[in-house]
Design a protein around this ligand. Structure first.
Ligand SMILES: Cc1cc2nc3c(=O)[nH]c(=O)nc-3n(C[C@H](O)[C@H](O)[C@H](O)COP(=O)(O)O)c2cc1C
Length: 213
């Protein structure tokens, strides 16, 4: 399948066959591993993934997600989290890059300095780090699943506090999105896709012009 074909095939599944697919830990880990080929600022890889397959754990997640039925009927749900303090790994990441031959010592030192300059005392940059890269990884995961014939739904409506508590997510991590994975309900045709605004409404060339529509 081409990238365009996968993009066209991906839809947010509203109803899953109840635990209709057997998704093993290994299958999910492999897809997540591939999804982590997504781009990452300074290659800090601030994404973390909590895989929920157990029925009782899904039931708890269902409560956290305001009882959205798809959470309990999905075969697995991945809680995609972002690390707002991934810059703490700057030195370690730079050393890895030197070891891999991707950077020399001088470049690595410059990278470490740039990382600290970008994030220290900058909460907006921290928040962006915790959301952007994990969102790319979540999209990659959905596309990889789609390519394998697995239905997906991104889920952003959940109780952040309850989720953190129930799944022991430390403060430095930000739960970005749930990605439900499963078999789309066999008796429910996927509804037509909602209209996307055309390029003429969303694309601006060389600047936005300042005027709000
Ligand atoms: C950030 C984000 C949060 C979303 N949260 C939910 C959600 O909580 N529940 C849900 O059923 N769908 C959710 N969706 C799916 C959207 O409703 C869906 O992407 C949109 O209707 C377009 O449909 P499509 O994905 O099939 O093209 C979310 C999508 C995004 C990008």
């Amino acid at each position: 399948m081409t990238v365009l074909q996968v993009l066209k095939r991906r839809r947010s599944i509203q109803r899953f066959e109840n635990e209709g697919l057997l998704l093993t830990r290994e299958m999910i880990e492999e897809m997540i591993g591939d999804a982590c080929l997504a781009p990452s600022d300074f290659n800090l890889q601030p994404w973390r993934f909590v895989v929920v397959r157990d029925r009782e754990r899904k039931e708890i997640l269902y409560d956290c997600a305001y009882k959205q039925e798809k959470v309990r009927t999905a075969s697995a749900v991945v809680i995609v989290c972002g690390d707002a303090f991934a810059d703490r790994r700057a030195e370690a990441e730079a050393a890895e890059a030197v070891k891999a031959g991707a950077l020399d010592e001088m470049e690595a030192a410059r990278m470490v300095e740039a990382i600290h300059r970008s994030f220290e005392g900058n909460d907006v940059a921290r928040f962006a780090m915790a959301v952007r890269d994990p969102a790319f990884a979540a999209m990659a995961l959905m596309l990889l699943a789609t390519e394998r014939g697995i239905g997906t739904t991104p889920i952003g409506r959940f109780d952040d506090k309850a989720l953190r508590r129930a799944f022991s997510i430390p403060d430095r991590y930000f739960p970005v999105l749930l990605v439900a994975l499963g078999l789309p309900a066999l008796d429910a045709p996927v509804p037509p896709r909602g209209r996307r605004m055309p390029p003429s409404d969303v694309v601006f060339h060389e600047g936005m012009g300042g005027a709000e529509p």
